[in-house]
Design a protein around this ligand. Structure first.
Ligand SMILES: [Mn+2]
Length: 337
């Protein structure tokens, strides 16, 4: 009843598989503010490593969101606050291949004498600091790569690991809406349902347990919408409120509504964080390359979905982003706005 992986592992992938087989103590990590793909892929890899009799720690730069707590029943997600890392011989970075996205934890992992493995689907531009890599930038989610790994290793995913892969896929494809939803994605999702994953239950867990403030916060940030360049670009700013706890605002919810506008090609979501830092989420509906846009601001990701953490005052960051988008659209200075 399993879906066979179409391809045999290439030589890089075979070396990565060998490291997973030969290691005994693993630290799994990921990027700052870990998302559903990162957390789901970690749950899946932790499950399959345990099935191989390995010891596993999951240590991220930040805690996981409460919407993913169903994956924490079988796994302990630690967030790193400094200090010694557990004794380990292999560290695995998932859904990220650039140490600059792992915060201080990245430096600690790099300094450790463990073997390094990355499992990722992002375009990377920084140097190759790892020993082994299982990377496919065409994969819809990192969790899909862990599914392929399980197939190559001949390991049956346990229920939590299967829920992890499903979580990765649905969060990175916008529940199968985005253009990264390919045939393999749907075949694997189908296989996971056949293994007992409850799609509707997981939808409820992830998207229907939010605070009563969620619709109000979403409405408030949507009211900040600014259009540029004949409404081809839409920009939303979520300003930080002094003394307010960080809300459960989901950038993709607001971006989805803005993306539904017919003329819109690119949407930018700017979230003001403490300490003069702005978090950018950028999405494109067509050929506009938001990875290239985010790269100019020290971030990156994919052609149609990217992000960056940018130092600066939010109005100034917004102005710089709109100017960069103007160039990205091929419009000259002083053109339509
Ligand atoms: Mn991902």
């Amino acid at each position: 009843m399993s879906t066979q992986t179409e391809q045999r592992p290439n030589s890089d992938e075979s070396s990565a598989l060998d490291l997973l087989r030969s290691g005994s103590r693993f630290v799994l990590s990921g990027h700052v503010r870990p998302d559903g793909d990162c957390i789901g892929a970690q749950a899946a890899l932790a499950g399959l490593l345990r099935a191989l009799g390995k010891e596993v720690w999951i240590i991220n730069p930040d805690p996981i969101g409460p919407e993913f707590d169903y994956l924490a029943k079988e796994n302990q997600y630690r967030s790193w606050g400094g200090g010694d890392l557990p004794v380990h011989d292999v560290s695995v970075l998932l859904d990220c291949s650039e140490l600059s996205r792992v915060g201080e934890l990245g430096l600690a992992l790099e300094a450790h004498d463990s073997q390094k493995l990355v499992i990722d689907h992002h375009i990377h531009t920084e140097g190759e600091w790892w020993d082994e890599a299982f990377v496919d930038v065409s994969a819809s989610a990192t969790g899909l790569l862990v599914y392929r790994i399980a197939q190559h290793l001949g390991i049956e995913l346990d229920p939590c690991a299967a829920a992890g892969v499903f979580t990765s896929i649905v969060t990175d494809t916008g529940w199968f809406k985005y253009s990264n939803t390919d045939a393999e994605t749907l075949r694997v999702a189908g296989d996971l349902l056949a293994r007992g994953v409850d799609s509707s239950k997981l939808f409820g867990e992830i998207y229907q347990r939010r605070s009563s403030l969620h619709p109000l916060e979403t409405a408030e940030v949507l009211a900040s919408t600014e259009y540029h360049f004949d409404k081809r670009l839409g920009v939303i700013c979520a300003r930080r409120k002094e003394g307010a706890a960080p809300g459960a605002l989901d950038a993709d919810d607001a971006l989805d509504i803005l993306r539904s506008v017919g003329s819109i090609e690119v949407v930018l979501f700017l979230r003001e964080l403490a300490g003069g830092v702005v978090k950018l989420s950028a999405r494109s509906k067509n050929d506009f390359d938001v990875n290239a846009l985010a790269r100019q601001f020290g971030g990156g990701g994919h052609r149609k979905a990217s992000g960056a953490t940018i130092d600066g005052e939010i109005d100034d960051v917004q102005r710089r982003l709109v100017e960069a988008a103007r160039v990205g659209f091929g419009l000259t200075d002083g053109g339509l706005s």
